[in-house]
Every structure is written in C-alpha cells, then in structure tokens.
Design a protein around this ligand. Structure first.
Ligand code: PEP
Length: 251
C-alpha cells in the first residue's frame, strides 16, 4: 500500500525563531493527536538542524527544499545532499517549478541532484507540472512525462522507490487557482500509467503522487478523495499550524 502524505514547503519564509516556533507547534499538536497520514515539513536549510533536535520524526518527517548538484568542494553558497542529511533531515524537494524557473535547474542538473540525494540516503519529493500555456495547448501529459524521463527515469526500480512524485501545475501555485479534483485525478492517473510503463504496475501502485497548487483545508477533501491523489504538497497553507492541520485532517 502506498503512503498517504501531506508535505509542507515553507519556501523562503520565516526566520529561524519563527520557523522553530511553527515546527514546535506542529510537533506538539501532531504528537498529541496522531495524524492518519505521513506528514513532512520541508524548510529552509538554516532551520533544519535546530528543528531536527526536537521533531518527533516518527510523526513528522523533515526535509530540505533543494540541494546542490555537486558532491562537495568549491561551490560557494551551495548546500550538499550530504550536509542536508547530516542535519537529521530525511527528505529533499527537487525540481520545484520555482527552482526550474528562477534558478535554471535544468533536467540534467535535477538528475544530478536526485542521484546525490539518493546516494546520501535522502528520499526525494520530485516536482513536475505544466505551465498555463502548456495546459492551454493541451500539452500537460507530454510535459510531465518528459520531466520524469529527463531526471528520474534513469533510476533503477529499486532506487525509484525512494521517489515521491508531486504534480504541481505551475498555474495553480500560489495563485489561488486550484486544478479541479477531476483535472488533477486525470493527470495523476496518467502519471501513474507512465511510471507503470517504465517500472511495472507494482512500483507504480506503490508510488505516492501528491497534488500541489493552492491546496487548502476547504478543497483538500475533494482532491484527496480521488484514487490517484495520495496527498498534497502545500506551500502557503503550510505556514500556519491550524491551516496545515486542516489539510492533514482531510487526508
Ligand atoms: C508549492 O509551491 O509547492 C505550492 C503548492 O504552493 P501553494 O500551496 O502556495 O500553491
């Protein structure tokens, strides 16, 4: 049975003190009232080591939002997968559309990041999704297939088991515009079929595929009721414990 997961992506929000306070609030709430799905928070690099000190990672997993495409060395300002792992984090988001769009994370770069993350024992939340123009041209299926082929389909079936896929239509991220549950289900089922073609039905059935894009407590129940939507990757609504908990409770 594949894992149901609600993951938060804090992005570049909250200073260390505010981030630690939010993580403590979530830890207190979710250890007192255990969620019936996996929960992960992905935070800026600088928060990881502090949060790892107190987070009950049997209840809330901890992840980074990115890692370097190089192992180590003279890459000023970069943070390697090994460094992420050494904080106590277990996950890393790779391929978020903001990284692809603003920081030139090409398919080749992402492929290297994924390999290094796996080599260092991190699980990867790998993001894919089409732009508004691509959706309007009905190219969403070819876009997500190419994104998988470009950066993760080089993995063995065994390695691919460490990949959580997040489908995030770019036109729905931070815009308040959510894909309808039917639209999201259609492409999630397609993504699962592409994974089945590559790795077989068993691997595809075991792959967690999250939906991301303006997901909130009000629309989460309808999205999460769909058979191929295994949970959510949540941006804005992961920044307040009550909002995030509302989505977790919908799963
Ligand atoms: C995201 O960026 O991963 C995301 C889903 O953002 P939001 O929930 O704010 O649309």
């Amino acid at each position: 049975m594949r894992k149901k997961i609600v993951a938060g992506n804090w992005k570049m929000n909250m200073n260390l003190q505010d981030g630690v306070a939010l993580a403590k609030e979530l830890n207190d709430t979710l250890t007192a009232q255990k969620p019936n799905c996996g929960v992960i928070i992905c935070t800026p690099f600088i928060h990881l080591a502090s949060i790892a000190q107190f987070l009950d990672q049997s209840v809330i997993g901890l992840g980074a939002e990115n890692c370097a495409d190089k192992e180590k060395g003279a890459y000023t300002g970069e943070v390697s997968a090994e460094m992420v792992k050494s904080t106590g984090a277990q996950y890393v988001i790779i391929g978020h559309s903001e990284r692809r769009g603003y920081y030139n994370d090409t398919p080749e770069v992402l492929k290297e990041k994924v390999l290094l993350a796996l080599k260092n024992g991190l699980k990867v939340i790998f993001c894919i999704g089409e732009s508004l123009e691509e959706r309007e041209a009905n190219k969403q299926n070819e876009v997500v297939k190419a994104e998988l082929e470009g950066s993760v389909f080089n993995l063995s079936a065994e390695e691919f088991k460490n990949i959580i896929v997040a489908y995030e239509p770019i036109w729905a991220i931070g815009t308040g515009k959510t894909a309808t549950a039917d639209q999201a289900e259609e492409i999630h089922a397609y993504i699962r079929s592409v994974i089945a073609d590559k790795y077989g039905k068993e691997v595809a059935d075991d792959t967690t595929i999250l939906y991301g894009g303006s997901c909130k407590a009000s629309n989460a129940p309808e999205l999460f009721a769909k058979p191929d939507i295994d949970g959510g990757l949540i941006g804005g609504a992961s920044l307040k414990a009550a909002d995030f908990k509302g989505i977790i409770d919908a799963r």
